[in-house]
Design a protein around this ligand. Structure first.
Ligand code: ME8
Length: 508
């Protein structure tokens, strides 16, 4: 592991979001998830690279600009700011923000198009079919009947096609031989099912008469390229593909492409076949999470049923929102968003369990040990079993995180937090101090052990609730200890402060 940690960065991506509307809770979820995974890897000592950004071409954006009486350029600049502001507010620590209107990206997309054209992987053909404006692609008659596409037109035109079908067999083999490639299992089966039918070639051009806002096809100026062909390539153009080999090789292949289940097909079929045609390695894991539902409706921009993440973060704090989103969705499944459940979760876990432990320990140390970390004496069985539990919890959290069981990781951390509370109830340090407050006394030992376990729990929580966990760690003078998760590092006689009420109860 040591050597690998030095050589290759863990590379994590979110989808690049369309800038046809403001960011909403769904975008926030994927981006927070990426941030949590990224922060966790950093915590345990990996170098990482976290990419997010915006998908700025295509019909949807062109139409949104028109609706706002703006040029596409002005429109995208305005909306990109909204995304960047929200990520800042939600404490998202991305390393790079790619925009598909970046000059470098455009050049590289054209480079790929030209390369594939020269290799004979792209050809011109006349095609007649049903075209969905909302999906921006040709759909089959069956899809048109079943799907709820709002605008479907019959279109006959000449277009450029990428020989996607040629790679079908290779792709199926790859998916079958790499069980980690598509997660969760249900999505993997869905894609394998989809690939049982013959794959069509992919139409990768749009005539400018119909769509101007896109990247021009380098070998035919009458066309721009299909927005997905442009967008998917962001994952390699952002890390210097074909320009900065050192940077590219330090990141690629991507470790985690995160996304919602709505766009798994483009990522699990179009993207790998494009990479195969370019002789580029395939990403390690595509993770498709479920949908946040509200009032049992799909919450998406097109339906206009939007909970604004900023409002919730303003009302209850950024960490509370991050915590709820990570704790209440089982990765892969859908989850219903509700303010009621949000408040319930907050009160139970953050206000009661975590908040209580922080208050009890720091207040007792302040009252009885002059605000200095007490010096522990001999550990008894009770202490030894708490210390043993810490080790197994740290290992279990790691397993949960590696397996992308994010909600389980949180549940595991909270087992430890609840254990501190139980330990305090059993040892009753508030009684022990009445007998003896000397260094190495039972009271000192109990409070040292509790504070140390609080330090480790808080470190484990930093990826999820960075702001409040950091405050807690600072109140324990953790700053000098690095990110070590082994028991026994808290230094006796360093200051312990009461951080104030970090998680006030919310009325239900
Ligand atoms: O699809 N619940 O962009 P997009 C959970 N530009 N996640 C949700 C969600 C919800 N209700 N709604 C949206 C695009 N998402 C393309 C991507 S990538 C090369 C190009 C999240 O703005 C989820 O991650 O429509 C989903 O996949 C993404 O937003 C779609 O964002």
């Amino acid at each position: 592991i040591g050597a690998e940690r030095k050589m290759k960065k863990i590379y994590i991506t979110t989808p690049i979001y369309y800038v046809n509307d403001k960011p909403h809770i769904g975008h926030a979820y994927t981006t927070i998830l990426a941030d949590v995974i990224n922060r966790y890897y950093k915590l345990i000592g990996y170098k990482t690279f976290f990419l997010t950004g915006t998908d700025e071409h295509g019909l949807k954006v062109q139409q949104a600009a028109l609706k706002n009486n703006q040029t596409p350029h002005m429109h995208v600049d305005t909306y990109v700011k909204k995304f960047k502001n929200i990520w800042k507010k939600l404490n998202i620590e991305y390393d790079y923000f790619i925009r598909t209107t970046d000059k470098k990206h455009i050049q590289q997309v054209q480079h790929v198009l030209q390369f594939l054209y020269d290799q004979g992987e792209i050809y011109l053909d006349e095609y007649e079919g049903l075209y969905s404006i909302s999906e921006e692609r040709f759909v089959t008659e069956k899809e048109a009947e079943e799907g709820n596409f709002r605008e479907i037109k019959k279109i006959k035109e000449k277009n450029y096609f990428f020989k996607m079908s040629k790679y079908q067999k290779k792709l199926v083999n790859y998916i079958q031989n790499n069980s980690e490639f598509i997660k969760p299992e249900s999505r993997r089966n869905e894609i394998l099912g989809f690939l049982k039918k013959p794959l069509n070639d992919l139409c990768i051009s749009r005539p400018k008469s119909r769509l101007e806002w896109g990247i021009e096809i380098p070998f035919d100026s009458n066309y721009v390229t299909y927005v997905w062909f442009d967008a998917l390539l962001n994952y390699i153009t952002a890390i210097g593909w074909n320009q900065d080999n050192k940077k590219f090789n330090s990141c690629w292949p991507a470790d985690y492409h995160l996304m919602g289940k709505d766009i798994i097909t483009t990522h699990a079929v179009y993207w790998p076949t494009m990479l195969l045609a370019c002789n580029i390695k395939l990403p390690k894991t595509l993770l498709a999470h479920g949908w946040w539902l509200t009032d049992e409706n799909k919450m998406s921009k097109s339906i206009g049923n939007i909970i604004k993440p900023l409002d919730l973060a303003d009302e209850f704090g950024v960490d509370s929102l991050r915590y709820y989103l990570m704790r209440n969705m089982v990765l892969g499944q859908d989850a219903s968003f509700s303010k009621k459940l949000f408040i319930k979760r907050y009160n139970a876990d953050l206000a009661n369990d975590y908040g209580n432990v922080i208050n009890r320990i720091t207040i007792l140390i302040n009252k009885n040990f002059n605000g200095l970390c007490p010096e522990p004496g001999q550990y008894q069985n009770k202490e030894l079993s708490v210390i043993k539990l810490v080790k197994s919890i740290v290992e279990e959290v790691d397993k949960n995180m590696q397996n992308l069981k994010i909600h389980d990781a949180l549940e595991t951390i909270f087992t430890l937090i609840r254990e501190i509370n139980k330990y305090l109830e059993i040892r009753q340090p508030w009684q022990l101090v009445k007998d003896n407050k000397n260094p190495k006394s039972p009271a000192a030992t109990c409070l040292y052990v509790s504070a140390e376990v609080l330090r480790i729990s808080s470190l484990l929580l930093t990826p999820f609730i960075p702001e409040k966990a950091e405050i807690t760690l600072n109140s324990l003078s953790q700053n000098n200890m690095g990110n070590d998760l082994t028991f026994g590092l808290l230094i006796p006689n360093t200051p312990v402060k009461h951080p104030g009420s970090l998680f006030p109860r919310i009325d239900e």
